[in-house]
Design a protein around this ligand. Structure first.
Ligand code: SF4
Length: 411
């Protein structure tokens, strides 16, 4: 009954199995084999037929565990349950630990909140001069355009507002948001996000992009979206033709596991790339999903095959109820160590932690500079070999290491 996507082999330490992760496969039709091609390929049909209730879920996934069942019953009080039929077909019903399952099926652990977890871990609301506009860094803003997504990620940093399950009641006022950008001449870069901006109709999105493009000091536009992964049917030739009018326009997609990169997704990304849109990917480091060097290596290499530059690996934010999905920083560093030097430089993303409470993104890297003084830099390469580079005459270290580091006061 399930789609031809079943049969993925997750033991990625084996080179053959790792090759299997990099194969492009269709998500197939699964339970929807009787649906016409026209409906299946229609993004509105996909949205209308999303799985949104525990009854739906039980019907399509009879192997639901007690933790998943209890989570699905309570989901609509925290972050709505929604999965497109297309994306649902990537779930392996025989595998409780399926990495797709962990990302979109609610679990009861989401109701457990650890002491250090927060509703707004990146301090977005406290950096919003106008509701729905986050101005944290001097020359760029995050423009939240909607609270809706095609499907909901259980670790979403913005779960306080997306899907409106907690009654946040997000209603962006585009006029006020755009007015702030117009009068703040230091803003040269606007990132449209949400929720997912590509859920808008072409006309509504074109209206917003036109208004932003008309602001002389806005040099650069970006869209953050998970639609190419959850709903590749939305990436129509018409959408691509509209977007290409607004260059320079970049798109950041969000994909976490190589199994998400299907033939449908590869083709959708190809259409965006053919429209001249540079593509980057953001992955969130997640336990049970991608906290494994071999899986992440397959993921970044497969992204390059889809014409997407792996841009960031995010340490999972301290969002309430996400402890069961958070991988350790140690795991993230091991992944970075396994990529740098071991695969194409273009495939190596930047690993970052969004400093809790609103400190912004902090790059986190394995240590390659072992010491640095006025005369020399001692380096370690990807094989662990040590090298010395003679420092130039003006090479006083920018920030010499302090003799002692005081315990910081935690924010
Ligand atoms: S697509 Fe993005 S905004 Fe929507 S639920 Fe997932 S992480 Fe959150």
């Amino acid at each position: 009954m399930h789609s031809e996507s079943a049969g993925w082999d997750e033991d990625s330490s084996d080179p053959d199995k790792s090759r299997s992760l990099k194969e492009f496969r269709s998500a197939g039709r699964g339970f929807w084999a009787d649906v016409s091609d026209q409906d299946w390929n229609d993004w509105r049909w996909q949205l209308k037929h999303r799985i949104t209730t525990v009854e739906h879920l039980n019907r399509f996934l009879p192997t639901l565990t007690p933790e998943e069942h209890a989570g699905a019953v309570l989901a609509n009080q925290k972050l709505a349950l929604a999965i497109t039929p297309y994306f649902f077909n990537l779930i392996d019903p025989a595998d409780e630990n399926c990495p797709i399952r962990w990302q979109v099926i609610p679990r009861i652990e989401e109701t457990h909140t650890a002491a250090w977890e927060m509703a707004d871990p990146c301090g977005e609301d406290s950096h919003s001069p106008v509701p729905g506009l986050v101005h944290r860094y001097p020359d760029r803003v995050l423009f939240l355009v909607t609270d809706r997504c095609a499907a909901y990620c259980r670790y979403c940093t913005r779960s306080r507002l997306v899907s409106n399950a907690t009654g946040y009641d997000f209603h962006p006022d585009f006029d006020r948001q755009i007015e702030y950008i117009e009068k703040t001449k230091t803003i040269r870069d606007v990132l449209l996000s949400g929720g997912d901006p590509l859920l808008f109709t072409d006309e509504k999105l074109e209206y917003l992009l036109t208004r932003l493009r008309a602001i002389p000091h806005v040099e650069f536009l970006r869209i953050g979206t998970r639609i190419p992964v959850f709903l590749p049917q939305r990436i129509t030739p018409g959408l691509c033709a509209m977007l290409r009018k607004f260059h320079p326009l970049f798109i950041s997609i969000h994909s976490n596991h190589p199994r998400e990169l299907t033939t449908e997704v590869r083709d959708a990304l190809g259409r965006l790339a053919d429209a001249g849109i540079p593509l980057g990917n953001q992955s969130v480091l997640l336990r049970h999903v991608n906290d494994d060097p071999a899986i992440m290596r397959a993921q970044v290499q497969k992204l390059l095959m889809c014409r997407v530059k792996p841009y960031y690996i995010y340490q999972c934010d301290l969002i309430s109820g996400s402890a069961h999905l958070r991988a350790s920083v140690r795991a993230g560093l091991q992944i970075m160590e396994s990529l740098r030097g071991h695969t194409t430089g273009y495939a190596v993303p930047q690993y970052v932690i969004d400093a809790p409470g609103g400190g912004g993104k902090v790059p986190v890297n394995p240590e390659y500079v072992l010491s640095h003084n006025r005369d020399r830099v001692v380096l370690r390469n990807f094989e662990g070999k040590i090298f010395e580079y003679p420092e130039a005459a003006d090479g006083t270290p920018l920030a010499p290491r302090p003799a002692a580091i005081e315990e910081p006061e935690l924010a």
